[in-house]
Write a protein that binds this ligand. Sequence first.
Ligand SMILES: Cc1ncc(COP(=O)(O)O)c(C=O)c1O
Length: 443
Amino acid sequence: MNIESTLPSIERSTALLERCEAVIPARTQTLAKGPGQYVRGVSPVFAQRGKGAHLWDVDGNRYLDYTMAVGPLVLGYGHDAVNDAIRAQLADGITFSLMHPLEVEVAEQIQSMVPGIEMVRYSKTGCDVTTAAVRLARAYTGRSTVLCCGYHGWHDWYIGTTDRSLGIPQAVKDLTYTFTYNDIESVRQSIDSDTAAIILEPMVVDEPHETFLHELRELCTQHGIVLIFDEMWTGFRIARGGAQERFGVQADLVCYSKAIANGMPLSVLAGKADIMRLLDKDVFFFTTFGGEALSLAAAKATMHVIATESVLATIEQRGDHLRDQIQSLIADIGIDWLSIKGLGSRTMLAIARPLDEALLVKSFIHQELLRHGILWNGFHNLSLAHTENDIADTLEAYDDVLPRLFDLVSAGRLAEHIKGVPMEPVFRRTGNFNTKPRQGATA
Ligand SMILES: Cc1ncc(COP(=O)(O)O)c(C=O)c1O
């Protein structure tokens, strides 16, 4: 690999960002890929194209990409089978005045890949389906409150639990509680007679404790609560049947998006027929583009590749190697505040420093990896297109960056080596941000 000592030139990105700031509030449509998630003035901001595991920015620089569109690109950019499927469908049409056969075919395909799926509906974004799942749970149980853990999208019922809740009525905020991952007691304490649903990401980067998901399942069954797995990240990534298959636990409703269509906008609500059947009439969940055929064609092709080739095992094996080698590099240098977590398909550098300093550390790693032609902002979201050579190049880059990081932190000189505006915190909480006392409990 040609290691560039200079940072990429980003004139076109910078000029576009200036125009963007005048016309687009918050600058980005997707927080996790916006300019705040990269070192401002150093990092590219706008992408031109992608192929395989590589992204080209608008200035013509090429990067090995570890963000991969924040999750969807499990097969890599522009996978041939997916592109062919989209092209073939495009020749026939995108969206029609009648339903399309792909709606049925893809539903049957999901049924065959994921254990226990009885019925399937589609929409466009992750929060469409988490919100539909919550509405269904309320309808099914006749109860109102929701317990959640993880990130579930921008809609009122969830975002009201966070510090970005301006515009959401208090009455709505009062209906969602949070609990702590891997802490079954925090769930038990929050359940009451009005709990309709427990929704969680079954895994982010920490694996579930041996009994956690099973106990959650039991609690839900015992109390008549609908268990919803938000599998935006785990679906079609950590196993063909997602977290349900990997951890051997069956939810009542499951939500997918991201990897299922390798970059096309599709989300899926799936689960048990007795709950899903409420969508026949009583619960309203319809949208203009729900049956849009390009995304369904992409999903069909993506799932076919995942089902028939050794995709997920290959990704995990390469990612495990990357994780283990980075961990041993960290240990060799002796950085006791840095570690790497997660299953191989998605790993994260965990920085155990106060927030301001952690952001400087993250910014330095991001900036210095750019010099090696690597685009990284915290996670390694692997795809089938990340080759063993790519992993070897990445390890070579870390071998250059981490010792320098350690020396600068030890010398208290890290800040002066960040060449732009440091990264902003990621908006994501999986802990007890708004845990509330049990209804009727005394303070
Ligand atoms: C676990 C999880 N749930 C829900 C969502 C919301 O999905 P969307 O942004 O497509 O609405 C996301 C988005 O990143 C997510 O990671």
